[in-house]
Design a protein around this ligand. Structure first.
Ligand SMILES: [Zn+2]
Length: 245
């Protein structure tokens, strides 16, 4: 069991990194990822994000924490980027600091509701990032149905080595065409079914992250995403099996 999407007091989370790691150990996870928000105007007034001048300190502190916990759990050092005009990407890319992380999550890719940038734009910067890159809690079937055939979307993610996070948190549920809130990967449409069939035939990797912000109880709540991947025979495609075994 893994949870590679969590926030701490470095951004808008309530737990310190150490409290988060303790909760992950208590929940019996093998891997826990810390993915605080990089500076975004979404959190503009709060100041609750990691800005470029603090990014190196963030990485160094979390690397020390990872070392401290190494015998109990694998702590991974990530970052979540709001992929929209709310984020200034250029200085971040120029700093090369992204490549000191274990992985980078991009949220709101092709998400019209959040004015997210396109997947094409992500592909243009992808070569500058040498560590694993993933899409955070993306309702793929909602965001891409009108843009790309399911097969083509999967081929692009495969060709550019972009992994897909499954987020079982209710706070990231989306509304299905019938108005019910559903978890993004369980979007009840034919397109979504085609998408998961195409994923099965691909080499695309998957992560599980529940985007925890508030309590220790959230850290271990990843069962639904794990069950979904198991049902689809995709547990051997977990990013942790490939990068941080
Ligand atoms: Zn998040």
């Amino acid at each position: 069991m893994i949870n590679l999407h969590n926030h701490t007091t470095w951004s808008d989370g309530y737990l310190t990194p150490q409290q988060l790691a303790d909760a992950a150990v208590a929940a019996g996870l093998t891997h826990v990822g810390i993915t605080d928000h990089y500076r975004t105007n979404k959190l503009g007034r709060s100041g609750k994000y990691v800005d470029l001048p603090q990014l190196l300190d963030y990485i160094v502190e979390l690397r020390l924490l990872a070392k401290w916990y190494a015998k109990e759990i694998k702590v991974l050092v990530g970052l979540e980027i709001d992929f929209s005009a709310r984020t200034q990407l250029e200085p971040l890319l120029t700093s090369q600091l992204l490549n000191q992380l274990d992985y980078v999550l991009f949220e709101y890719v092709a998400d019209a509701e959040w004015y997210g940038h396109s997947l094409d734009k992500l592909l243009t910067i992808r070569p500058q990032i040498t560590v694993p890159v993933g899409l955070a809690h993306n309702p793929l079937a909602r965001n891409f149905e009108l843009l790309l055939e399911a097969e083509d979307l999967v081929a692009i993610l495969e060709d550019h080595a972009i992994f897909v996070e499954l987020c079982p948190a209710r706070r990231n549920a989306v509304f299905a065409p019938d108005g019910r809130p559903v978890l993004p990967y369980r979007y009840p449409t034919a397109y979504n079914e085609a998408l998961w069939q195409a994923f099965s035939r691909s080499q695309v990797l998957f992560s599980i992250g529940n985007d925890a912000h508030h309590s220790t109880a959230e850290i271990g709540m990843v069962g639904d995403a794990w069950e979904f991947l198991r049902e689809h025979g995709l547990l051997d495609r977990l990013v942790t099996e490939h990068f941080w075994k």
